[in-house]
Design a protein around this ligand. Structure first.
Ligand SMILES: Nc1ncnc2c1ncn2[C@@H]1O[C@H](COP(=O)(O)OP(=O)(O)OP(=O)(O)O)[C@@H](O)[C@H]1O
Ligand SMILES: [Mg+2]
Length: 510
């Protein structure tokens, strides 16, 4: 165990870390913070949800000069929501040192951002498009920046972003400290990264598997037409606290969230073609538990830290193993348990093997639950809710009516009727979902992945690895306004009940 004190943090940072409830450093924090303090360029790779943000955030903030009103540090992130989330975390870490971090991203009023930039933030967390926009307008100067971080570095350095990053870095002094972080770091991206750094050190937290152990991973083979009913049945059985359902395209997400709502689930969709205000609203509702199911493109696959996400459903198989790792990493964060289920159509089975090979982890095969199993699942949920009310013992106003009812009916009949009333029975409301063709082999390859993004057509538009840019389907009109797109967020605590439920689900699946 390594404490933050042992890592040599200043009293101000120790105070904020303590306020944030961090008791000990995670392995990536333990391994990277001392190296970062020395100013060595590094690539930090560790599994999803293991505290990479603070691993770069702590040294970044320690290096800030509070007396200066110039921007000294910049963090680049692939999506808007992730930029916001990272800025929030940095503001927490820098709270007692008086370090101000400002997120700047597309889709938000540029005038507001220009005003905020004049307030002298020490650190900027931005999406590449909007950062470039401010550089061009001369509303953001990076000539005093001494530390640069690329969060989700492999995503940032893919072909869709690399030119933007190069352009931004041209504005930063060459004498700088650069840090790259991600849960995945394909070899070719590591090689590319060397171009941006000096004597780079790869700090990789050793793990036998690429995904965290506490995420239960399963798959189910389904025909395209069976997918939706299968999803509903699985969700009825699992009863997720919060679930993310990933679809391949924007159209898919729209249709899926509408179909789920029709069937009585509390679901909303998020993707890069939605106005930023809508994206913010949906994500806020998900974090507040106002909605229980977030249907998303890969825009929500990277970095988002929403506690309470107990289940991830890959309704469509991800485009590549990296995307799989990040998608399922939205659950099972900070040591919590999680569950991920991937739908595979018969022609996509090879993709499953590739994912298993790269992640070094086998998924357990499931079969589609029957209607009666789904029904049992729902009854179980009703029972749990009922027993909670019984424990709360706050229903004396109903007792007289109960006594009267029991005079004319037997208790089993009454209870069964009440259970029926409370149970969400399997619903067969017709829905409309356009078939998605199976993922083809060539689209999986990282090098093709990016050109796929550029090619994305209108109907079933792909979002690409993060649904960000003109190249990833974030498309039109984002040059000056809302170019990058994307999405991520911050968190709550998973309740005991949901954890218990997850565990019980695991047991039920045997
Ligand atoms: N030392 C710590 N002790 C306890 N919780 C921590 C610690 N460090 C970070 N966390 C919390 O763990 C959660 C995950 O952290 P973070 O989002 O930085 O993960 P990540 O490694 O960047 O994941 P991803 O690869 O998905 O981006 C956050 O809620 C964060 O506040
Ligand atoms: Mg992260």
């Amino acid at each position: 165990m390594t404490t933050f004190q042992e890592l040599g943090l200043s009293p101000e940072l120790l105070q904020s870390i303590n306020n944030m409830g961090f008791e000990e450093a995670t392995p990536i924090q333990r391994d990277t913070i001392p190296t970062a303090f020395k100013g060595t360029d590094l690539i930090g790779q560790a599994q999803t949800g293991t505290g990479k943000t603070a691993a770069f955030g702590i040294p970044l903030i320690e290096k800030m000069d509070t007396k200066s009103r110039l921007v000294q540090g910049i963090v680049l992130a692939p999506t808007r929501e992730l930029a916001v989330q990272v800025a929030e975390e940095l503001n927490k870490i820098g709270q007692f040192k008086g370090i101000k971090t400002l997120p700047i991203y597309g889709g938000q009023s540029i005038v507001r951002q220009i005003k905020a930039l004049k307030n002298g933030p020490h650190i900027i967390v931005g999406t590449p498009g909007r950062v470039q926009d401010h550089i061009n307008r001369k509303t953001l100067k990076l000539d005093r920046v001494h530390t640069v971080v690329l969060d989700e570095a492999d995503e940032m350095l893919n072909m869709g972003f690399v030119e933007d990053i190069e352009k931004i870095l041209e504005n930063v002094p060459t004498e700088r400290h650069t840090m790259l972080f991600s849960a995945t770091m394909p070899k070719q991206i590591q090689n590319l990264a060397a171009k941006f750094m000096k004597d780079v050190l790869l700090i990789k937290v050793k793990a036998s598997e690429m995904t965290v152990k506490n995420i239960e991973q399963e798959y189910v083979e389904v025909k395209e037409r069976q997918k939706f009913d299968a999803l509903c049945r699985f969700m009825d059985i699992h009863s997720p606290e919060l679930a993310i359902v990933f679809g391949r395209t924007k159209r898919r997400v729209d249709e899926l969230s509408e179909a789920l709502s029709k069937r009585g689930y509390s679901a909303e969709g998020i993707h890069g073609d939605l106005p930023q205000a809508k994206r913010d609203k949906v994500l806020r509702a998900f974090k507040n538990n106002t909605i229980e199911v977030l249907v998303a493109t890969d825009v929500a696959a990277r970095g988002l830290d929403i506690s309470g996400v107990s289940h991830v459903y890959n309704f469509d198989i991800p485009q590549d193993p990296e995307s799989y790792v990040h998608r399922i990493g939205r659950t099972g964060r900070a040591g919590k348990t999680g569950y991920a289920l991937t739908f595979i159509t018969p022609r996509e089975i090879d993709h499953l093997y590739t994912i298993e090979k790269i992640t070094k982890r086998k998924m357990v095969k499931r079969v589609i639950p029957s209607v009666s199993e789904a029904m049992e699942g729902q009854q179980q949920i009703t029972l749990e809710k009922l027993m909670e009310v019984v424990e709360e013992d706050n229903f004396s106003g109903y007792k007289q009516t109960a006594v009267e009812l029991l005079e004319e009916n037997d208790s089993v009949t009454l209870l069964a009727a009440a259970l029926k009333l409370l149970t969400k029975e399997p619903d067969t409301t017709p829905i409309s979902l356009t078939d998605e063709p199976p993922l083809s082999v060539k689209k999986r390859r990282p090098n093709n992945r990016f050109s796929d993004r550029r090619r994305s057509g209108s109907g079933g538009k792909r979002e690409g690895g993060g649904g960000r840019d003109r190249r990833s389907g974030f498309s039109k009109g984002e040059r000056s306004g809302s170019r990058e797109g994307g999405s991520r967020s911050g968190g709550r605590d998973q309740s005991y009940r949901s954890q218990k439920r997850v565990r019980e689900d695991f047991k039920n699946r045997g």
